[in-house]
Design a protein around this ligand. Sequence first.
Ligand SMILES: Nc1ncnc2c1ncn2[C@@H]1O[C@H](COP(=O)(O)OP(=O)(O)OP(=O)(O)O)[C@@H](O)[C@H]1O
Length: 743
Amino acid sequence: AAGPPARDPRRLLLTPDPAGISESEDGLGGAAGGRPAEVSLEEALTRLAEFLSAHLGAEESCGHPPDWGKSVEAPPLLTLTSQLVALLAWIRSPRGRQALLQDTQPASGVQLSGPDGPPFQEESPSHPSPAPRETPRGEAQGQQCPPLEEEQRAWHRLELLILGQLEELKQQLEQQEEELGRLRLGVGATDSEKRVQHLTLENEALKQSLSLMQELLLRWGPGPSSRDLQPQAAWILPDQQEETEALVELQRRLQEAQATTEALRIQLQQETEQNCRQELQQVHEQLAGLRARMASLRQGCGDLRGLVSTFTQSCQGSLSEARGQVSWALGAMLAEGDEMQRPEEQQGPPMRGPGRLLELKGNIRVLCRLRPGPSCSLVSTEPGPRGVVTTCYRGRQRRFRLDWVFPPDASQEEVFRELQPAVLSCLQGYSICIFTYGQTGTGKTYSMEGPPDDPGIAPRALQSLFEEMGARGQHRVTLSMVEIYNEAVRDLLAPGPPERLAVRQGPAGQGGIQVAGLTHWDVPNLETLHQMLSLGRSNRATAATAMNQHSSRSHALVTLTLRAAAPPLGPGTTGTLHLVDLAGSERAWKPGSADAAPGDQARAQRLREARTINRSLLALGSVMAALRARRPHVPFRDSQLTRLLQPALGPGATAVLLLQISTRPGDLGETVCSLKFAERVGRVELGPARRRRVPRSGTPSSLSTDTQLTETPGTPTPPPRSPPSPRPDSGARSQGPPPQPRA
Ligand SMILES: Nc1ncnc2c1ncn2[C@@H]1O[C@H](COP(=O)(O)OP(=O)(O)OP(=O)(O)O)[C@@H](O)[C@H]1O
């Protein structure tokens, strides 16, 4: 009458009792005798135990440690499976059979509770019920329903129980699907992925549980085994069929959920990959921007380095030049001090202001004078010291800064005033070279010689020098004058017919060059000097061109040597003044130049003149470029002009370039070329200006500081005589022997 105590079927799983298992094993052993050896039940139980332990391990790995005390958290399929296994084992046992049989009666030890049936009591293995009443097998069979019917009834109750569990399982699956739907909305990629993994594992576990349960139901039901059921389809009750269908449906939904989970996982993976790609692209773009910035910074750094290097070089150059000037000034002051300590009759010429001013101004100066003419908007000037000439040629504007810019209306006196200090420094032993440069017809001769009523640089310089010397009267003045025409050097003051003179290098150790046969005239006074200059000018080759009827087609060099009388006990000084009137630079192909000359012979002559003039001016430009770049080799030998100018452009010399330019629009190209040349010359550094001192025994025959232009042996220097008379038609003379100076 006292059956096994009622027990919640889930407790079988949550608190497994080994005793119950042993009983079921016993029951199996008993069943094995009457049925085919179904060892696979044990095997199934073992597999189930492994599965349960594996599932619980999975639960733990998912961060949900199993809580045996909370039965509601156990997966329902597992609960159901455990119940099923325990129930099967119990049913197989003799006591279970007996209890089932008794359960048909009110005193049954097991009460099965179905959805609509009465509560169902099961004998708990952990609380073994009192031993059932022993009933002989035959008596039981004889007194109660046939065993088959009893089994079917018990099985029916069990089915009800399982169906209830399945219903609960369905509800849980629906809840999981809802949760999966919520996850689809997604709160974050990482959380969603975790939940998806968790759900995937759960679904997998549920799927395995279902298939296992299905298999167990089919195989180990109380009736014939599944192998027996299949051929006897009539044995399958409608409830069983429904259950099977429900299981299939459940399986299908599980597969769907699994597919959805997989799709969600793939979608999440794709989104993550896309996000990563976008971030990677952004990083790439930032990297490219950084690289570009880095390259521009590098370039800026290189430019800055170049600027710093240029600035350093420029500073060093200026510093060395300043050092040279300071040391020279100190030396000069010491020498001057020594000189002042000497008796007055032993002293040389006084050191005056112009010399020192010259030293401080620099040894190459570039002045620019504009020829009067119609104003042109393409050439503008800012006259005065450090003046600027701005040209606009072929759409390009250029600014040329020069030491001094004389406007077109500047007078001859204004121009000379700027040159006077340099001219007077010759009396103190300096070497000065003043040369005019520019396009033909721009006023070179006008500036250098000038008309009689408005004399130019040369007459004013000589007058100024003689005035200065008149006060002291201690200088000996020597004059020579040559022209370079078609690369032939001719003596303009030669007593006989003009001959081509040979220019050669001086003896080693003496330096300079020598012009064999060149005559030097002692000039006692200014009047004689003017007469001799007129004679030389008359001998100068001139030829008419279309641009300038009195164009000079040769370079003219006037050299004045000023030797201070040597005191008995001290050295004298030798200053030199070179006045160079260069032939006009002219493009041979320019219309109106050589082509315009009448006659083939005359045209060929003009063309040849233009070529040689341009070649010699080009050589002068090369010399200036080499001097500016401080090259060890300066190509002085490239032309007769540069050969003769070598002493005037050597170290310690001072040169003044007077650039003549035209403002006519048609001359703009030549004007720009001339300005470029002047700009290059302005950058040349010849070193600090130096005075030349000659020993007491020295012969004052040299015309420059470094060059000895000696006479041809046997051609004595003409003694101071009365000045030669210039020919009255000297201005029209183009070629031919120079007039003989009158005795
Ligand atoms: N500043 C000036 N004031 C007045 N007239 C000038 C001035 N400059 C040049 N001239 C005149 O321009 C003409 C040409 O001058 P000049 O002969 O001096 O040119 P040039 O450059 O020496 O030519 P070339 O190279 O052919 O010898 C002359 O008639 C001269 O009087």
